[in-house]
Design a protein around this ligand. Structure first.
Ligand SMILES: C[S@@+](CC[C@H](N)C(=O)[O-])C[C@H]1O[C@@H](n2cnc3c(N)ncnc32)[C@H](O)[C@@H]1O
Ligand code: SF4
Length: 452
């Protein structure tokens, strides 16, 4: 296994979209084109499957110095109401595009820190949205909670509004690691919020763990996983630390590059961490997610219903996802759009009556075909090319896969590709073969290391 990791361990996209954000072609995008694609997607799918809304709530009270999310650090809670008013105004701009009441299937509050906002303010926001939509049968409402500021009242209020899933940011329990990332978070806090959530009736409780953090060694990782097991969340995200030194706040970092585990050590954290999670009963679902057998995430994998979007893996799937709030990304299936990235610009554009999208990509026919195959691979671990879903470079791509076939990572039967059990960890490498936008922009891209 280790030699395969050596061979295929290259940086690759996580494919929460295709094309991936660095390969969006801005020249295809305009706010008018974006609105047209939303209207088209809404007409096609609202009545049957409904739509999803993602709301980005960017504020955090303190900066965790490892964080790569779009956030704004402040202790001033007076920012809450004006921001939420802007979100409701932005939603109103979308409502003007629709000719019937939206049917809301999926709603996610992400951040930043949604639990920075008071329960009453979150209630006002959500009631504002709910008064304009019909709620679909079996809705999927979820939010991200910070264990240091999620209260029982947050959990109860959101539960009463229909939320059933919550994910808590844990990262690591080791004091030295916590100090380095400026996130002192006692186990007791995570225990309390997890137990409250269980008592109240949440069923998809998730913890985010990160490997590759500064000062993290196997001892710290094992300790974190074993503590996590005391609380038995239904699912887990096991993220690879993305080192993004260009993100704002780097000056405040409590660590430098030398404190990070080496490539070899980080790989061990991943490999041994994954093995321990599996020994403890968690099943790997797609990439970097694990779930217990009863959880919907695993069930949707088994029933081939797993989907992937900017929020990661989800167990429901709508064609249209409207992203509200600063930096939020929306997806109409035919196009992607990202909102402006500062709170001030966001509020200004919304006040002026503009949907605050500033960049994006309109997918052409080829993009749509490739997108479907990459989603199939990321979620179902297999895909089939028919005459309608092929593209000129297919033969080339299949030839690139031959080496992976020889290594037992994929099975190729004519135009059908299956990722094997051994190949799961290399799903991204398989997807990269079909990433035509990346291959054309960077023809030197390797799906495995050619140097050995
Ligand atoms: C928006 S935060 C979760 C909610 C809340 N703000 C908190 O921290 O508890 C989303 C998650 O992204 C992950 N994350 C943030 N920065 C990361 C990075 N540089 N590399 C890997 N994962 C990261 C963390 O696991 C974090 O819990
Ligand atoms: S990890 Fe969470 S709380 Fe920390 S800065 Fe990032 S979004 Fe904010």
């Amino acid at each position: 296994m280790n030699s395969l990791i050596d061979k295929y361990n290259i940086p690759g996209p996580r494919y929460t979209s295709y094309p991936t954000v660095p390969y969006w072609d801005e020249s295809t995008f305009s706010p008018e084109g974006w609105k047209e694609s939303v209207i088209r997607s809404f007409h096609e799918t609202n009545a049957a499957e409904g739509i999803s809304i993602y709301i980005h709530l960017p504020f955090c009270e303190a900066l965790c110095t490892f964080c790569a999310c779009h956030k704004r650090i402040t202790k001033q809670h007076s920012v809450e109401i004006p921001y939420l008013e802007s979100v409701l105004k932005e939603w109103k701009l979308y409502l003007e595009l629709f000719n019937e009441r939206p049917k809301l299937k999926e709603l996610h509050l992400g951040g930043g820190t949604p639990t920075f906002f008071s329960p009453e303010n979150l209630r006002t926001l959500l009631e504002g949205i709910f008064s304009t939509v019909d709620i679909a049968e079996h809705p999927e409402f979820s939010f991200e909670g910070h264990p240091n500021n999620t209260t029982k009242e947050h959990l109860q209020t959101l539960y009463d509004l229909g939320f059933r899933r919550v994910s808590f940011g844990v990262q690591d329990y080791d004091p030295k690691v916590q100090k380095a990332i400026n996130r002192i978070q006692p186990f007791e806090n995570v225990k309390n919020v997890t137990e409250w959530a269980k008592e109240i009736g949440y069923r998809g409780i998730s913890h985010d763990l990160v490997f590759g953090l500064p000062h993290q060694n196997w001892e710290a990782m094992e300790h974190t996983i074993r503590k996590t097991m005391e609380l038995k969340p239904d699912r887990l995200a096991f993220y690879s630390y993305a080192h993004v030194p260009w993100v704002k706040g780097v000056g405040q970092r409590g660590f430098d590059e030398n404190d990070l585990p080496s490539g070899e050590e980080k790989r061990r954290l991943y490999e041994d961490g994954k093995k321990l999670l599996q020994d403890l009963g968690y099943i790997e679902v797609g990439m970097d997610h694990f779930s217990l057998e009863h959880d919907d995430l695993y069930q949707s994998l088994m029933h081939k219903k797993l989907h992937r979007n900017f929020m990661g893996y989800t167990s429901s799937n709508t064609q249209l996802m409207v992203g509200l709030g600063m930096s939020a990304i929306s997806d109409s299936w035919y196009a992607f759009a990202q909102n402006v990235k500062t709170v001030e610009d966001y509020q200004k554009m919304v006040e002026e009556g503009e949907i605050p999208v500033v960049k994006g990509h309109v997918l052409n026919t080829e993009d749509l075909i490739v997108r479907r195959h990459i989603l199939n691979l990321m979620c179902q671990l297999e895909t089939t090319f028919t005459s309608n879903t092929s593209f000129p470079e297919l033969q080339n791509a299949l030839e690139m896969l031959e080496e992976m076939e020889n290594d037992g990572l994929v099975e190729i039967n004519g135009h059908e590709i299956k990722i094997t059990e051994a190949g799961r960890a290399f799903t991204r490498n398989v997807a990269m073969v079909f990433d035509l936008r990346m291959m054309r922009n960077k023809p030197e891209t390797r799906i495995f290391s050619m140097t050995i």
